[in-house]
Ligand binder design. Structure first.
Ligand SMILES: Nc1nc2c(ncn2[C@@H]2O[C@H](COP(=O)(O)OP(=O)(O)OP(=O)(O)O)[C@@H](O)[C@H]2O)c(=O)[nH]1
Length: 237
């Protein structure tokens, strides 16, 4: 357990070309439903689901982004603050497979390196596949990503995708907490000055400013209910 009175909230962005099944995947996961109709996402949308991972209460906020390029400018703004990412392509759409690297880059440009997973959706249509298994596995290897094959329609592997991301995120959180504790211990002989502007890079734990060490103090969990933390983000000089 990290801390008892808090719940971990994870913002997950689901990205990929149009019609690969992003909205369907989120609907399946959060509402348990699947519809055959295709309704193009305009801009962004979001749904949430609470789960327990390794004894931790986790609230997953799933952001559904439009796959069409015409909405790029809007969707990019919503990547900010994302803590995990699902990159989706479709078994029957070669272009969606070839676009994966550029989707990854778009997200990375906004939020840096976050827990990410590669998903090949619509495996119920494997007979009509336009992507060889080795190609998909090769891409996952090259991008160093965990790879899942899903069928939102048949409800195959969808839960596993989100459980993996939540687990990976929690591991990082614990690792960061441990590292931050170490930094605070090793720099405990320095005079501390708080800076509450929170202007540092989200993944940055410590850095140098005019030769002095800066320690970022961030809550290791987001408070989504119960007591509010007045110090959302502090930096110790
Ligand atoms: N056969 C099959 N069809 C699926 C599956 N997942 C989604 N679909 C269908 O694919 C179509 C597109 O799904 P959406 O979820 O709307 O796709 P999207 O990626 O959100 O599309 P944009 O909003 O344009 O970005 C719909 O007709 C879905 O019913 C699946 O696993 N198998």
């Amino acid at each position: 357990m990290l801390e008892e009175d808090m719940e971990v909230a994870i913002k997950v962005v689901v990205v990929g070309n149009g019609a690969v099944g992003k909205s369907s995947m989120i609907q399946r996961y959060c509402k348990g439903i699947f519809t055959k109709d295709y309704k193009k996402t305009i801009g962004v949308d979001f749904l949430e689901r609470q789960i327990i991972v390794n004894g931790e209460d986790v609230r997953l906020m799933l952001w559904d982004t439009a796959g069409q390029e015409e909405f790029d400018a809007i969707t990019k703004a919503y990547y900010r603050g994302a803590q995990a990412c699902v990159l989706v392509f479709s078994t029957t759409d070669r272009e969606s497979f070839e676009a994966i690297s550029s989707w990854k880059e778009k997200v990375e440009m906004e939020v840096g390196d976050i827990p990410t997973v590669l998903v090949q959706n619509k495996i119920d249509l494997l007979d009509d596949t336009v992507i060889k298994n080795e190609e998909a596995e090769g891409l996952a290897k090259r991008l160093k990503l965990r790879f899942y094959r899903t069928s939102v329609k048949e409800d195959l592997n969808v839960n596993e995708v989100f459980k993996y991301l939540a687990d990976k995120y929690l591991q990082r959180l614990k690792q960061q907490s441990a590292e931050e504790t170490d930094i605070i211990h090793t720099s405990s002989n320095k005079i501390g000055v708080f800076n509450t502007t929170g202007s540092g890079h989200p993944n940055q734990n410590s850095s140098d400013l005019n030769g002095r060490e800066i320690v970022n103090l961030r809550p290791n969990k987001q408070r989504t209910k119960k007591t509010k933390n007045p110090f959302g983000s502090c930096r110790l000089l």
